[in-house]
Design a protein around this ligand. Structure first.
Ligand code: G6P
Length: 479
């Protein structure tokens, strides 16, 4: 099928200010969202808080999309940085975002938990939209500037920028896992995707396994002059181009979270919440985007079995599951929602009492201040994805546990498991082991909790969000 959709009207670029940014971030999402009253508000999130200080310091510009299919391309100033918003047509939203990004790359890179779709027309849209992002970035970039491209939606962008702007330094960071060769090889556009990444001077990934997987792919599918594995990554050379591939595990703003979590306001809200829940002995919490990669259904199944086997007591246990709505038009998301909601219904039907369900289920996005209250109220956090780039919820929980109590049940397939080895690590596919680990986390004594949590907090504090950004940008400036 020919890709014949004309892009929506672009507003005239502000030529005077264009090409002035020393530091440009390119990400699928803008760091702001449109409020109901038509104004822009800062979106909460790690990437935004890591980038803003750097951008303000270095006359920064952020190229991204507002998520709509009727928005306008526009450029404007927001809290000290320039925002360059791209517009996508309805067809582009469906084919690029819904199709290539989230029905091809997302499932494939997450171990093909959901069937992966390979469609030439959606890949054509991926190319077209990546080119649009690259063009917008080039229009922002000052001579000799630096650009940092983010995530799986934009893997062709580094090469596209390199083709137009040999003068700039290009960094790329993949927030999701990079799959093993056997899986990656299925992608019909595998060589094109890798060539896209190799346009970057530095290719950052979450874990050492991801870095190795990128290099295995390059060795198999790209013609390069030299490829060396070294430390937690490696170096690829072709002609005059060099790309360093390296693991930079992303983190959270530890100090900001710890400070906010320690306030009297939060303490009070925690007490009130636990009271409302009936002063349970154990509060178990899950906080996830409602995504089939997160293993929410398996976790609920394990809880149901623990209740059936009397290893959890419904009278003294409260489970809170926050499931943030996500990608509702994309294949696989509807069915995971049905599975999760059916399990919640079954558990509450079997074990709840009138006015006192065992599982409190929230299908909405909560403000961070409310999440902090949940983190502090929860004795156990359950993070059980089948596959996850890092999982920042795990690190947020650890940062919020200011008294060093609490227990973390963490999938070995989350990037965070590489650093948080003191957690109760689980293979989420092994229901019996998952049940054992949940039961062990629930019954862990105070002293043990303190030693484990203290060690994990120390790790997150040492490698916080600022350290992550600084390390990446330092390597980029010398590569
Ligand atoms: C993951 C991805 C991000 C993405 C986010 C939300 O964390 O790594 O790139 O922005 O999910 O997904 P959405 O499709 O709503 O942007």
């Amino acid at each position: 099928m020919e890709h014949d959709q004309t892009p929506p009207d672009q507003t005239t670029p502000d030529t005077e200010a264009a090409g002035q940014a020393d530091f440009v971030v390119v990400a699928n999402r803008l760091p702001v969202r449109l409020e109901d009253d038509g104004s822009w508000a800062l979106s909460p999130g790690g990437l935004v808080s890591a980038m803003l200080p750097v951008m303000r310091e270095r006359s920064g510009s952020w190229v991204g999309w507002d998520g709509s299919d009727d928005g306008e391309a526009q450029r404007f100033e927001f809290e000290g940085i320039t925002l360059s918003a791209l517009a996508l047509s309805h067809q582009e939203r469906e084919e690029y975002y819904g199709g290539a990004c989230n029905e091809t790359i997302w499932p494939l890179f997450h171990d093909a938990i959901e069937t992966t779709q390979f469609h030439r027309e959606t890949w054509a849209a991926y190319r077209t939209v990546n080119q649009r992002f690259a063009d917008a970035a080039c229009a922002e970039l000052a001579e000799g500037g630096t650009v940092w491209v983010h995530d799986y939606q934009l893997q062709l962008v580094p090469r596209m920028i390199r083709a137009q702007r040999p003068d700039v330094r290009i960094g790329f960071y993949l927030h999701i896992p990079f799959p093993p060769l056997e899986l990656f090889s299925r992608l019909p556009w595998r060589a094109e995707l890798l060539a896209g990444l190799l346009g970057a001077d530095v290719i950052g990934v979450q874990t050492q396994a991801d870095a190795r997987n990128v290099l295995y792919g390059v060795r198999r599918f790209c013609e390069v002059d030299d490829l060396t594995f070294a430390g937690d990554g490696g170096v690829v050379r072709t002609g005059r181009e060099t790309s360093v591939v390296k693991a930079f595990p992303i983190s959270v703003d530890y100090e900001a979270i710890a400070e906010q979590a320690a306030t009297d306001e939060v303490e009070l809200a925690v007490k009130e919440l636990r009271k409302e829940l009936g002063d349970p002995k154990h509060v178990l919490l899950g906080v996830d985007r409602l995504d089939y990669t997160k293993g929410i259904d398996l976790r609920l199944k394990a809880i149901h079995e623990l209740l059936m086997e009397h290893r959890l007591d419904p009278r003294s246990t409260a489970v809170i599951q926050v499931a943030v709505p996500s990608r509702e038009d994309v294949q696989g998301y509807d069915s995971v929602r049905n599975r999760v909601e059916q399990l919640v219904g079954t558990i509450n039907g079997d074990y709840g009492k009138l006015g006192r369900p065992v599982v409190q289920y929230i299908h909405k996005s909560l403000p961070f201040s409310e999440l902090l209250v949940l983190y502090r109220a929860a004795d156990v956090l359950l993070v059980t994805p089948f596959q996850d780039g890092m999982n920042l919820v795990a690190k947020e929980y650890v940062a919020a546990r200011v008294d060093d109590t609490g227990a973390l049940v963490l999938s070995e397939f989350a990037g965070a498991a590489e650093e948080l080895s003191e957690a109760f690590l689980v293979n989420p596919y092994d229901t019996e082991h998952l049940k054992e680990q949940i039961a062990a986390a629930v019954s862990m004594d105070d002293e043990e909790q303190r030693s484990h949590m203290h060690a994990m907090r120390d790790t997150v504090q040492r490698n916080d969000l600022a350290a992550w950004a600084t390390a990446f940008l330092a390597l980029l400036s010398i590569s």
